[in-house]
Design a protein around this ligand. Sequence first.
Ligand SMILES: NC(=O)c1ccc[n+]([C@@H]2O[C@H](COP(=O)([O-])OP(=O)(O)OC[C@H]3O[C@@H](n4cnc5c(N)ncnc54)[C@H](OP(=O)(O)O)[C@@H]3O)[C@@H](O)[C@H]2O)c1
Length: 259
Amino acid sequence: MNHTALITGASRGLGAEFARLFASKGTNLILVARSEKELNDLKDELENTFNISVRIIAKDLTKPENVRFVYDEIKDTGIEVDYLVNNAGFGDFGHFSDTEWERHEQMIDLNMKTLSYFCYLFVQDWIPRKSGKILNIASTAAFQPGPGMSVYFASKAYVASFSQAIAYEFQKYGITVTALCPGPVRTNFGIAARMQHPNGFLKDMKTPLPGEVVAFGYRAMMKGKTLVIQGGLNKFVANLVRFIPRKWLITLSAKVISW
Ligand SMILES: NC(=O)c1ccc[n+]([C@@H]2O[C@H](COP(=O)([O-])OP(=O)(O)OC[C@H]3O[C@@H](n4cnc5c(N)ncnc54)[C@H](OP(=O)(O)O)[C@@H]3O)[C@@H](O)[C@H]2O)c1
């Protein structure tokens, strides 16, 4: 029988690539995001290419009642989810006090609350059956504070910390939790984050293709790894920052973000 993956933020970017990769492995999909048309197009593409079924649920996941709705809808159909990919997320460029509070709140809700709530709901089903895999998309932003994107960086630090802690708690139930930390990837992220340059602070930097990041994350999830950093340079920098005095690190981080 085919496995089923629930992927949030699947209408574009890394989420859509995750959907393509899971589909190529014969995994049925439940795809969630706000953009119904993009989700429908992806459903058609995947069902026409692979022998799988795709269900889409168009919902704004900043709202906890919608998280519950998605979970209940899946339960009502009797589908058992095997893989949960908490990918939906966004950043916002600008000083904390200059940004509308609603944006901060939505980021906090989506990047942390929704991700945690989905983990909470699904593990209730997975503990008795002693299986299930979670992939939470963090970021290399998790490893230092980010002046100019303060809430986003803090939210990703939460994802990395939370994922490692619950990975430890759930290991006795055969449930794995993986935090994937990509560095910059060319997706819609920079535009959604209202960065001045369409590629944000990446500008013309060479960055991995979304497919590379997704393949790396998928392998790590399947192996049940706990925290993985994509790319040699990202891994080096993420380890290096542990040895840089905090004051310097924050100044450096601010300069990179506003570059
Ligand atoms: N790109 C990077 O440089 C980078 C680096 C490290 C980590 N990440 C992380 O990777 C994940 C995916 O980002 P991406 O780069 O693929 O960005 P993206 O191209 O902007 O895609 C973001 C996805 O999240 C969905 N989403 C946003 N707000 C939502 C909401 N309120 N409710 C439901 N879905 C929502 C979007 O769908 P709708 O707009 O249709 O709702 C879209 O499918 C994020 O968690 C991001 O923080 C990205």
